[in-house]
Design a protein around this ligand. Structure first.
Ligand code: R5P
Length: 313
């Protein structure tokens, strides 16, 4: 493959992360005009020559999910028709990921549909982070590099004095991730909430497996969406006698009354990453760590056709 050069484009979903990535790579973002036609359709014009280039598009499909997804698809189409040699969709937060199976009859598997759309639009590869379920990688028939934000978040907590420490996960599905956190936080305890989902934004805690009494608890999850899971987990930890409660998640989706629930939950600290931008009042409550150096390193290695597996930790 002729790789004339290497260019990074940013959609409108997360310009601050895209800028941090480009700075880490010592490369300016390539120019693209992203506008709306009067009827709301997305208008894309790539402003630079991309013929023969290895291009990367940074776009989280966070709220407004459908707008950001469509913008990504149209950018891929524009770059493909402009003869880019290879297109990598860098999707730090992959929306629709929770719709990854038929949990009941007559429902779609929207995560698979989105994977099909991205592929059919013309992406050659995907670089993403902390998919809600790692097996979503298999929904794509193109290579997917799946990174974890854990090294960044764990480094942060390691610097704190938190003994005796217990990692609490919000549901059984997160147990593997929580176990990895516990191990890398120096053999912390592990507790799991047996959560039952009773609706799109309602859950009911059935049982806690493990002991949080007298412990400094870190609740870990892949995302904070409505904030219900974290608020419930924090309440349960406090009820069971936790000494302190903190929370960490990769993706701060924060919809509906999430911030209100976080504020009322009594957690001492909420640590998230910048896969989704946070603004305004949320900034005062959330500690945001950047994953830009990790994504930049992966982009650099993909471009150079070097192994990225040492980054999958
Ligand atoms: C659930 O399976 C996920 O890992 C998260 O716990 C969940 O999506 C968070 O959503 P919410 O903030 O709406 O409870």
């Amino acid at each position: 493959m002729r790789k004339k050069d290497f260019q990074i484009f940013a959609g409108t979903s997360n310009p601050s992360l895209a800028t941090r990535i480009s700075k880490a790579l010592n490369l300016d973002l390539s120019a693209v005009d992203l506008n709306r036609f009067p009827d709301g359709e997305i208008d894309v014009k790539i402003q630079v020559d991309v013929r023969g280039s290895d291009v990367f598009i940074v776009q989280s499909t966070c709220p407004p999910v459908n707008e950001n997804l469509m913008e990504l698809l149209i950018m891929i189409d524009a770059l493909r028709r402009a003869s880019a040699e290879r297109i990598t969709a860098v999707i730090p937060y992959f929306g629709y990921a929770r719709q990854d199976r038929k949990a009941e009859g007559r429902v779609p598997i929207s995560a698979k549909l989105v994977a099909n759309l991205i592929t059919r639009a013309g992406a050659d590869r995907v670089l993403t982070m902390d998919l809600h379920a790692a097996q979503i990688q298999g929904f794509f028939d193109i290579p997917v590099d799946h990174l974890y934000s854990a090294p960044v978040l764990i480094d942060y907590f390691k610097k704190k004095e938190m003994e005796p420490l217990c990692v609490l996960c919000c549901d059984v599905g997160g147990a593997k991730m929580a176990r990895a956190y516990a191990k890398r936080l120096g053999g912390a305890g592990l507790a799991i909430i047996d959560k039952r989902r009773t609706g799109p934004s309602e859950t009911e805690v059935a049982e806690v497996i493990g002991n949080v009494e007298g412990m400094n608890v870190i609740i870990v999850d892949d995302m904070i969406s409505t904030g219900t899971s974290i608020a419930e987990a924090a309440r349960v930890a406090a009820d069971r006698g936790a000494r302190s409660v903190r929370m960490t998640a990769t993706h701060a989706v924060l919809c509906g009354k999430a911030m209100e629930k976080i504020e009322k939950s009594g957690v001492q600290e909420v640590v998230v990453t910048d896969t989704i931008p946070i603004t305004g009042k949320e900034r005062a409550w959330l500690k945001q760590l950047t994953v830009a150096p990790l994504l930049a390193e992966a982009i650099h290695r993909i471009h150079k056709s070097e192994s990225v597996s040492s980054l999958f930790m």
